[in-house]
Design a protein around this ligand. Sequence first.
Ligand code: CMC
Length: 396
Amino acid sequence: MATAAASNAPAASFTRGLEGVVAGETEICSVEQGALIYRGYEIHDLAQHATFEDVAFLLLVGHRASKDELRFFKDELIANRALPNQVVEYLRAAGPMLKDGTAVPMDVLRTAVSILGNMDKDAQKIDAEANLRKAKRLTAKIPTVIGHMQNIIDGRDLVGQETGGDANLSHAGNLYYMMTGKKPSAQYERTIDVSLILYAEHDYNASTFASRVIAGTLSDMHGAVTGAIAALKGPLHGGANEAAMDMLSEIRRDIGPANDKAKIEAWMHKAFAEKRKLMGFGHRVYKNGDHRAPILHGLGRKIAEAQGAEQVALFEMGEIVQAQMLREKNIHPNVDFPCGMTYFVMGIPVPQYTPIFVASRITGWAAHVMEQHANNRLIRPVSVYTGPALKKWKDA
Ligand code: CMC
């Protein structure tokens, strides 16, 4: 807790970064050291027994889908996968910027979602039914935006431009297919599926809070999601999955091809001395470990083991880094650390890791926007003024 600095400031206190501040209520998710729960279901249970479509329905609609509800929901997602031509045209126009690095995929995805809002017939409506329709359309279309973007970057014809992909593939499998033009193996499909389950929701994290602040002004779903994407991009939040992999690549470049433990530890000591934030480590809520990280680490490592020594070496390097962080800093990896390694061994391009996070978290954001609209009060905190004392404009 810090207190007001200015002498005539009101007696007020605040917590930097709102740490520990309870900013609202939610029925959607509980993030605690003991468990991560989506609407009553614990994350290990969901990761083992559910699919992303099950979880998306649970988050968006509020209860576990019946067989018929699930079938209908999946059909709705499949039917809504294709993009309007105007969005495809925009993605093509963004190609040169993506290729020269002026824009990164998160920026282009953010703009594409905003354009989708311009074209959605329910755009200005914020009633529960319209919000749910928009949430489903966004959930269906975001993987197509990601896929087309990657096709454009790779110089490939757009996969599934008319259909949004292969109707026989799951949401996770189709995302991979749209990006690569290749059907995923069962192991790849399930690993992406679980990563989407793990990323889907996390209560009042920064991007979700941003989406609720926007929705709290009675602004619309696409606007709230556009703002949430901007918040997720940052490396302290969702951008950490890309940043974690970039960091591991940097270590590999610096130490050479072999996992020399002494060299890795020396690299880490230098990072500690420079007070560097190591990406994919630490969490505002979880101080004894992130429930999601070991689940994804296990799945990613299995893929690496099936592929060979080079991929296993990446995980082994990650494990040395993890062990040292815990031993010397008492800081655990968060979900973004194994995510970076897992997507890497699957051949997914690093700049698409955070957009894939969006393809999942859209469900959590949309659920929160709907919850906010259903029981709204403007979110408007106050600040402690620390600027200059009062002076006269006329005398200056
Ligand atoms: N590397 C090095 N030191 C760290 C790290 C880290 N990743 N995380 C925390 N610390 C240290 C920090 O320097 C501070 O030390 P000191 O008290 O000596 O100044 C102490 O631990 C407390 O850290 P903090 O920054 O006050 O903690 P916070 O709750 O404000 O930040 C965090 C949480 C996630 C922003 C931070 O841990 C971080 O920057 N991690 C790296 C980025 C990252 O992986 N983000 C993903 C977050 S989880 C999933 C998601 O949202 O995608």
